[in-house]
Design a protein around this ligand. Sequence first.
Ligand SMILES: Nc1ncnc2c1ncn2[C@@H]1O[C@H](COP(=O)(O)OP(=O)(O)OP(=O)(O)O)[C@@H](O)[C@H]1O
Ligand SMILES: [Mg+2]
Length: 263
Amino acid sequence: MSRGSIDMTVILSANQVCKIFWTNNGDRIRAVDTVCLSVMENDFVCIVGPSGCGKSTFLRITAGLEPASSGDVRFRGLEIKKPLPQIGLVFQEYSLFPWLPVIDNVASGPEFAGMKKAKRLDLARHYLDVVGMTEFAAAFPHELSGGMRQRVAIARAFANDPEILLMDEPFGSLDAHTRILMQKELLRIWETHRKTILFVTHSVDEAVYLADRVVVMSARPGKIKEIHKIDMGRPRSRANPSYGELTDRILQQLEQEVMGLKN
Ligand SMILES: Nc1ncnc2c1ncn2[C@@H]1O[C@H](COP(=O)(O)OP(=O)(O)OP(=O)(O)O)[C@@H](O)[C@H]1O
Ligand SMILES: [Mg+2]
């Protein structure tokens, strides 16, 4: 896949972001530690790191759902203090409106933005087709499996046409086959619509398959340990030796973090 001319404008910047939580016992938890990251327009950045290292917290701060304790995240230079229509979310706990059928869930963002009914239903049908959920357009969320609900949530995020998509383990609940199809589809949409994507995953293989850059975070408090730039073209072949080498290297880094070892 060719990406044509690459825009080097910074769309998102995290500056010395720290997050401290206080537990009910009065304990202080430093969840995110001085994270600095610049994301360019049309960048595809994946974040990997041990469980509990602050990946979701960092994404929630970027989404404007949670304030940083210090530092900030900026969208085109302006501090993000609340959710913005330009920034779409597909989160682990992402939920649909239970009272709306699937198609109206997907069309809800465009409806809110004032799009005419026929147009927004066409758009919703298109994205339901993209995620393979056309035949469930009239179903209600409670009639779907977890993976199916997640696919509807992804269709809904795409239908909102945000500039940036923040995705927190969006494919975690999908079966292996659907997951690979969705990875390909996401790359296609990213390529066609020139989105910027910040994507958290536990799968190093997924990160190396998708990303322009893979951010490896340390164990809590989550700092950036290393950023790997991936120069392989797309579509990527898992048979490419560079693919396996990079995957191994990142897995070793994560193992060291989990074992509490330092480089
Ligand atoms: N609202 C909260 N109050 C107190 N502590 C919190 C809160 N949210 C997160 N934490 C703590 O912050 C740390 C980071 O949590 P976070 O959910 O960001 O991790 P994560 O990297 O996304 O983990 P996983 O890979 O398991 O999803 C954890 O120790 C968690 O217990
Ligand atoms: Mg998480």
